[in-house]
Design a protein around this ligand. Structure first.
Ligand SMILES: COc1ccc(C[C@H]2SC(=S)NC2=O)c(OC)c1
Ligand SMILES: [Zn+2]
Length: 248
């Protein structure tokens, strides 16, 4: 029995990440193909948050959006970031049939059609939509190399630098089939405001590129250096949730 607060009396928690058992997902023919339009000109900056780095976008208008799929209306691109582990053996947040991947990309969008701000949107179950892309060890990824080449400008916590003209679509796999379920932010404040859209095809990253992520510092420039060796949350109970699939 989950902790019941005044706002969600007698509900089970809807936390993320979870493990996806592909034999138990439910094909839903009502699910539409994803509509994704990312304008490279809306890329703004790279920032080290201390537990990860974000690539942030201009989300003051619908320049880069995600729509259709399981969603009602269009959601505005705000930022993307990665989760990784201290070795290539783990690092992803979502786990597929018990298989952990070495990293996971989160592309964060918010429901600007319904809510006046990102912070307001996070207070509602249909506030955010996050595309999760699993990463597997393979050939060096040129798009990720473009980001890595700028990481030394944001080595320490709270550093930021301009980062523009990034082609985020080049980080998406060709196969856009997905699993989707209702869940939460995977760090504090763990708000249950996310429609998760996990792509079924992983993208490649080389072991050396992943090593560069672990070279980022969680300490600020005037502190003793300590590395962001890993930043992925433990698996959470699926409870009564059913994961839907866009394909059989
Ligand atoms: C206070 O608002 C927040 C806090 C943290 C994150 C990042 C978390 S949530 C996620 S998905 N992956 C992560 O690492 C937010 O992202 C939308 C929003
Ligand atoms: Zn994340």
């Amino acid at each position: 029995m989950g902790v019941s607060t005044s706002r969600n009396e007698h509900c089970r928690p809807l936390q993320s990440p979870i493990t996806i058992c592909t034999k138990k997902v439910k094909y839903d023919s009502c699910l539409k193909p994803l509509y994704i339009y990312y304008d490279p000109k809306s890329t703004r900056r790279l920032v080290n948050l201390g537990h990860c780095f974000n690539v942030e976008y201009d989300d003051t208008s619908d320049r880069s959006v995600l729509g259709e799929g399981p969603l009602i209306g269009y959601y505005r691109l705000r930022q993307f970031h990665f989760h990784w582990g201290s070795s290539d053996k783990d690092g992803s947040e979502h786990v597929i049939d018990g298989q952990e991947y070495p990293a996971e990309l989160h592309i964060v969008h918010w429901n600007a059609q319904k809510y006046p701000s990102f912070n307001e949107a996070m207070k509602h179950p249909d506030g955010l939509a996050v595309i999760g892309v699993l990463l597997k060890i393979g050939e060096p990824n040129p798009a990720i190399q473009n980001i890595i080449d700028n990481l030394d400008q944001v080595k320490t916590k709270d550093k930021e630098c301009p980062f523009t003209q990034f082609n985020l679509s080049s980080l998406l796999p060709n196969d856009r089939n997905y699993w989707t379920y209702q869940g939460s932010l995977t760090t504090s404040p763990y708000l249950e405001c996310v429609t998760w859209i996990i792509l079924q095809e992983a993208i490649p990253i080389s072991s050396d590129q992943l090593h560069h992520f672990r070279g980022l510092l969680c300490s600020s420039e005037n502190e003793d250096p300590s590395f962001i060796l890993e930043n992925h949350r433990a698996l959470q109970p699926l409870a009564a949730r059913v994961i839907r699939s866009s394909c059989k």
